[in-house]
Design a protein around this ligand. Structure first.
Ligand code: FES
Length: 144
């Protein structure tokens, strides 16, 4: 059911933990399954120099957070903002359709962490380009 990459990132997740004095934190949850993901970022000169996560959730959510933190490290805020949940799932060599929404948590977590950073800088939050993919209402596909 899961690719080797998903299993690898589930069994050996990268960047687990918290960043002390993070530049931004994004906490997101899926109300259907109750899974919670926290993404912490450190930003220097508009570049994400460190990213960590703590996820209380299913294996696909853990693998997605692990891959997402790998993908955003070293990226500018603009580049990190453009990383979609599909990009996270592709980097994991695919997720079963029923688990795609787990990767949405990672995209949302990145966005929230970036906007938390922007808020702390006194900047306007960036708007979601595709708010529909973030709407979990009526999402009955979330299976732990
Ligand atoms: Fe809820 Fe994966 S995030 S089952």
């Amino acid at each position: 059911m899961y690719s080797d990459k998903v299993m690898d990132h589930f069994k050996n997740p990268r960047n687990v933990g918290e960043i002390e004095n993070p530049s931004g934190v994004g906490e997101v949850g899926n109300p259907v399954c109750g899974d919670i993901m926290n993404i912490y970022i450190k930003v220097e000169n508009n570049v994400i120099t460190d990213a960590k996560f703590k996820t209380f959730g299913c294996g696909a959510a853990i693998a997605s957070s692990s891959m997402a933190t790998e993908l955003i490290r070293g990226k500018t805020l603009e580049e990190a903002w453009d990383i979609s949940n599909k990009a996270v799932a592709e980097a994991l060599e695919g997720l079963p359709p029923i688990k795609m929404h787990c990767s949405v948590l990672a995209e949302e977590g990145i966005h929230k962490a970036i906007n938390d950073y922007r808020k702390k800088q006194g900047l306007e939050p960036w708007a979601e380009k595709n708010p529909h993919s973030h709407d979990h209402s009526g999402d009955s596909t979330c299976q732990p």
